[in-house]
Design a protein. Structure first.
Lengths: 248, 365, 550
């Protein structure tokens, strides 16, 4: 581990019944990095995200935030409050609420319910929301119900909901899935703009062009194991990776 | 053409306009007074019977509000709110037994049948009205808390939760029907005479009670509405629509659910407390599984998630029920069944929700 | 609740039968010898009574043996003799032989032929001793009466006068008893007699014998004996303690088995009900609150069949349950399919609305049945082949109707299982449950499968109703409490899983039966709920969920 280590995963093992989803996985992600996780379906990418965010408990192995915070003993809400934001594969926003209220909820980050009843948002928080709306390009739509947004807009809103809380770690699960060309382009720009020395970004994607443009490092997963790691170039020419993707 | 305006899912539709609720409140407050203000014989005079009916319906509307808060906003369908209604009702019953005994020095019938010669110590804490009310609310919150904690921690949701609340209701009903417990058994608690010094048989007391019910209904309605429009309400809606997402945003969703649930239980118990002095009796039938489902039907028909809809549904259906039970008793189940089927199949957003949709349509057209 | 006819509980206790047959065989030759010389024997008996008080006892014994063990005419003579003697109508003449006074004259006491000469002597009045012996002898002969009720009453009297009984005779009566109650009373009588014996060995022997013939009766007997005799010897005391513990153990096992058995019949009905619910919920995601009403309709369909057969084909009456099975199934399946077509189909993927809609249907159905049949309990006549039961073990009396219910439940489950697992239809259902979209893509007509599966589920509920008619009360609201239990089964066992449904119905049925008699229905329900909440926490999909990593 390193002073700039954000996420440290060591010797992770996850089994569902007889099925080994993740086997002996070791991974380190640093602040300032954008890491791409690629691999065929069933390789364990989403499971890895589930473990990090507390949705699934591993059978063995370590998962640490900032080298000291053990994520395997915290629940989902606690992990989220500690600074890890996750964007789901399927856009998960609150369809019944307007865009601005989605963000208002997100910025409160799980205050106690009495505080929620009583308190108003501070001006700092209001500014933050405005900033984020600007970044994700939904200023005009702030009063619209989230249900009325297009697929791509919902994805951006979801990213925005994570951003308002200024996360240390951003986990993005297939952020451009189902998007049009222009939407993908916007998203690439958005994610690229999120890079910061205090933030680590992990992206799961199948779109290789996207990965190329967005990621610093690529980790390849296959059948629950780490197949290879390195720059996009290195991974592309790795014989094992080629075999997995092109071989069988 | 913004078709999304006609969303099929119940959305967050509590309007910030006060017009309609204020109107309804005025009507509710004024109605019972017609009995007192206008003399008998005057066309606007309402007989005591009608006023009493109005009071009872107010209580049912309060009960429906409690359920809509937790179903329409939070997304948790409880088919066991009769439990809390019953708790409030029985506690008020205990208090009234105390005051009747203090008044007449005669033990209630069921105690005499059990061979008791003195007023049981277990019921004496309910002698003072404020204490009784407080105890009743606390008991409801306690029971609700236990059930909620067990269920929400175990992530029991949706239909499974509803079935379990039905089973609990059934169990409580069986418990109350037991004649050996000293809680009145299948005859329930009766023989009430005084409430806070007022004679229950007296006309003005009943009018007062009906008015009180209306006032409480109005107050609770505005309280719940304020909560719903606050960020707590936002969080509740978020829990309803995507609890997992909210958890991943850092919210402790089971606490949100527990808080809303306990509040709902308290409101339902309050409704029970107001109900019992107006009907003069409380028996285990109030905790029947069937009545608890009926409450959900009122809310569904009125339009869930709107709070006003719950009140409307309770009022309309109970008026219908009282009228039909007097005229053609055996028709009521069929009428209720028919309306329920109509609403669930065709008018999913209920009457009030349907009206809102019409208005939205007209606004965008 | 149940008809009067099944109060008759004929049963056969085969355990001690052999023992008594043996004794009867030993006694029989002795009695045969008596039959060889009736006339002299009769005279000798009458003369004894007339002349020798010291021989009363043996004379009475001999009379009884005549009644019991010889030809019918001798038996008649014996009975007449006893009856006349009791009626103070025996005249012991100095000359001419003893006569009986009858209504219009006298008959010879030996031949029973009318006697024409005048009789001036007065009849003999039996002494107190003789009177008592007469009573006993009456009872002894009644032990062999063809009427079972007479035999039972006689056995009771024997039991009260256990100290004076004629043991071999009682054993003979025991072997010919052919009725459980008589046998039990007589055995207890013999045991009491042995317990009162002077000889310690005999007593110990009796105690041991009772230890190996456990019943509530022997336990009470031994317990009373223990209290009455604080001064018994060590050997006797040891035998007593051992016998008592033996009896207690056996009775406890029997009681436990009895509870488990009654839990089984309840579990069986629960199984069929939950099966239907599980298929419907697993496939359609429909929580059908009207499922209980299908049970009720099935029960009333059985009633209709019963009444129809009673009126039009009484010879076939006993088979009404079997005929009701297909009838109830078809009726309920049809109603179910209509329900699916008109209502459920529109509420696909909206479980909470489906819940309310099916609730609406259920209240309408209950009211309809109330109007058609009235709201009071409906009486069913148990078919003759299901009446009564068998005592399998001490304290375990197994009634045939419950056995039938269990057997029927198992057969239906097996049939449903075979249908789901081994037929094409079942395969289609399973495929559509697990992956609806893929199934549709493969051309499987999901809507039709839905309708038929709903029909199947409702039909199964109807069958549960048929079974229930034999073991529970039938009225329009019978479905409501049952359906809550059935839902608990589905929640616990996992929707859509057959094995899960079977296991959890067994578990919940037994838990219910184990707790309810001791702590009441409320505690049973609460216990079940707690169990479910605990298990759901660990496995939210139920014990054997069909969908796993969903």
């Amino acid at each position: 581990m390193n002073p700039t280590t954000a996420l440290y995963i060591n010797g992770l093992n996850v089994r569902f019944g007889g099925f080994a989803a993740i086997t002996d996985l070791t991974l380190e992600i640093r602040y300032g990095q954008t890491r791409a996780l690629i691999g065929p379906n069933g390789a364990g990418k989403t499971t890895l995200m589930d473990v990090i965010t507390g949705k699934t408990r591993p059978d063995s192995g370590e998962v640490f935030l900032d080298r000291t915070l053990d994520l395997t003993v915290l629940n989902e809400a606690e992990i989220a409050r500690s600074g890890i934001g996750r964007k789901f594969q399927k856009p998960s926003v609150f369809e019944a609420l307007p865009v601005s209220q989605n963000l208002e909820l997100a910025v409160r980050r799980g205050l106690g319910w009495s505080a929620m009843v009583m308190s108003r948002l501070s001006s700092v928080q209001h500014e933050r929301i405005d900033e984020v709306l600007e970044t994700i390009g939904l200023q005009q739509k702030r009063a619209r119900k989230a249900a009325e947004l297009s697929h791509g807009q919902k994805q951006w809103l979801e990213i925005g909901m994570l951003l308002v809380a200024d996360p240390k770690v951003l986990l993005l699960d297939e952020p451009v899935a189902g998007m049009t060309e222009s939407e993908s382009e916007r998203t690439i720009e958005l994610i690229a703009s999120l890079r910061s020395p205090d933030r680590a970004i992990v992206v799961v994607e199948h779109d290789m062009e996207f990965v190329d443009r967005v990621a610093d490092l690529v980790s390849v997963l296959h059948e629950g194991r780490l197949l290879g790691e390195g720059s996009m170039q290195a991974v592309r020419t790795n014989p094992k990776v080629i075999q997995v993707y092109l071989g069988r | 053409m913004p078709t999304a305006a006609i969303s099929l899912r119940p959305s967050f539709r509590i309007s910030s306009q006060l017009g309609l609720p204020a109107l309804l409140v005025c009507v509710a407050l004024v109605l019972p007074l017609f009995n007192a203000v206008f003399p008998p014989g005057h066309p606007l005079h309402l007989s005591l019977f009608v006023v009493n009916l109005v009071g009872q319906i107010m209580c049912f509307a309060l009960l429906a509000l409690a359920l809509d808060f937790v179903w329409g906003l939070l997304g948790v369908l409880s088919l066991g709110h009769g439990i809390f209604f019953g708790i409030g009702g029985y506690v008020m019953g205990f208090h009234l037994l105390n005051s009747a005994y203090a008044d007449t020095q005669v033990l209630p019938d069921f105690m005499q049948f059990m061979g008791w010669s003195t007023f049981p110590a277990a019921l004496q804490p309910f002698a003072e009205l404020p204490v009784a009310v407080l105890l009743g609310l606390m008991m409801a919150v306690l029971v609700g808390g236990v059930v909620g904690l067990a269920a929400f921690r175990s992530r029991i949701n949706g239909v499974y939760f509803s079935i379990i609340t039905q089973a609990l209701t059934y169990a409580l009903m069986l418990l109350l029907f037991n004649n050996d417990l000293g809680l009145g058994g299948n005859n329930g608690l009766t023989g009430f005479t005084l409430l806070a010094g007022f004679d229950l048989a007296h006309e003005s007391t009943q009018v007062g009670l009906a008015s009180l019910s209306a006032v409480v209904l109005a107050a609770v309605f505005f309280l719940l509405r304020w909560l719903a429009l606050s960020s707590f309400g936002q969080a509740m809606v978020a829990v309803r629509d995507d609890e997992a997402r909210l958890r991943f945003l850092g919210f402790r969703t089971d606490r949100i659910k527990l808080a809303a649930w306990c509040l709902s239980a308290a409101v339902a118990a309050l409704a029970g407390m107001l109900y019992v002095p107006q009907v003069g009796i409380i028996n285990p039938g109030i905790v029947s599984p069937m009545l608890s489902v009926e409450i959900a039907v009122w809310v569904a028909i009125g339009g869930r998630g709107t709070l006003i809809g719950a009140v409307l549904g309770a009022v309309i259906l109970n008026c219908l029920k009282f009228w039909l039970s007097a005229e053609i008793p055996s028709a009521w189940p069929f009428v209720l069944a028919g309306i329920t089927l109509l609403i669930t199949v065709a008018l999913q957003n209920g009457l009030w929700g349907g009206l809102q949709q019409l208005r939205a349509l007209r606004a965008t057209a | 609740m149940k008809s009067l006819f099944d109060r008759l509980r004929g049963s056969v206790r085969w355990r001690c039968w052999l023992q008594h047959v043996l004794i009867a065989c030993l006694c029989a030759p002795v009695l045969q010898a008596q039959a060889a010389m009736p006339a002299q024997e009769r005279l000798s008996i009458v003369v004894s009574i007339c002349t020798d008080p010291g021989s009363y006892r043996s004379a009475m014994d001999r009379v009884v043996q005549v009644v019991v063990g010889t030809s019918p005419e001798d038996a008649d003579w014996g009975k007449t003799f006893l009856e006349r003697l009791q009626a103070v109508a025996l005249i012991c003449r100095e000359q001419g032989g003893p006569v009986f006074k009858v209504e219009h004259g006298h008959v010879d006491a030996v031949t029973l032929e009318p006697v024409t000469d005048a009789v001036d002597e007065l009849p003999m009045v039996p002494t107190l001793v003789l009177a008592r012996l007469l009573k006993n002898s009456q009872a002894e002969t009644e032990l062999f009466s063809p009427d079972v009720l007479t035999r039972r009453a006689a056995a009771q009297r024997m039991s009260q006068a256990y100290a004076q009984i004629n043991e071999p005779l009682v054993r003979l009566a025991l072997s010919k008893a052919a009725d459980a109650e008589v046998m039990e009373t007589l055995e207890l009588t013999l045991a009491k007699r042995s317990l009162a014996s002077e000889s310690a060995d005999l007593r110990v022997g009796a105690i041991r014998a009772m230890g190996s013939a456990p019943s509530e009766g022997t336990r009470t007997l031994l317990k009373n004996y223990q209290e009455d005799r604080p001064d018994m010897g060590p050997g006797e005391r040891a035998a007593l303690t051992q016998s008592l513990s033996q009896i207690n153990r056996v009775l406890w096992v029997g009681k436990a088995a009895s509870i488990i058995f009654s839990g089984l019949s309840y579990a069986g009905v629960l199984l069929i009900t939950a099966l239907g619910l599980s298929i419907v919920f697993g496939l359609l995601g429909v929580i059908n609150l009207a499922h209980g009403e299908f049970i009720m309709i099935g029960a009333y369909a059985t009633f209709v069949v019963e009444k129809w057969l009673q009126a039009h084909a009484p010879g076939w009456f006993d088979a009404y349950v079997f005929l009701a099975i297909p009838f109830a199934f078809v009726v309920c399946a049809l109603i179910g399919m209509v329900l699916e077509m008109t209502i459920i189909r529109h509420l696909y993927k909206r479980p909470l609305e489906t819940l309310l809609a099916t609730w609406a249907v259920s209240i309408a159905l209950i009211k309809l049945v109330q109007i058609l049949f009235g709201s009071q309990n409906v009486e069913f006549i148990t078919p003759s082949f299901l009446q009564g039961g068998v005592q399998l073990y001490p304290a375990l009396f197994v009634t045939w109707n419950r056995v039938f219910a269990i057997a029927l439940a198992l057969v239906i489950f097996a049939a449903a299982y075979a249908l789901i697992r081994h037929t094409r239809f079942g395969l289609l259902i399973r495929a559509t449950t697990q992956r609806r979209d893929t199934a549709r893509a493969l051309g499987i007509p999901a809507p039709s499968i839905d309708r038929m599966a709903f029909g199947l589920g409702s039909g199964l509920a109807g069958l549960a109703g048929v079974v229930l008619t034999q073991i529970a009360s039938v009225n329009p609201s019978m479905g409501t409490s049952f359906v809550i239990d059935a839902f608990m089964v589905v929640v616990l066992g996992g929707a859509g899983s057959l094995v899960g449904t079977a296991v959890s119905s067994l578990v919940l049925g037994e838990v219910n039966q184990l707790i309810e008699p001791f702590y009441g229905a409320v505690a049973a329900k609460v216990a079940v709920l707690l169990l479910i909440v605990l298990i759901i926490q660990r496995r939210p999909q139920g014990l054997f969920a069909l969908k796993t990593r969903g």
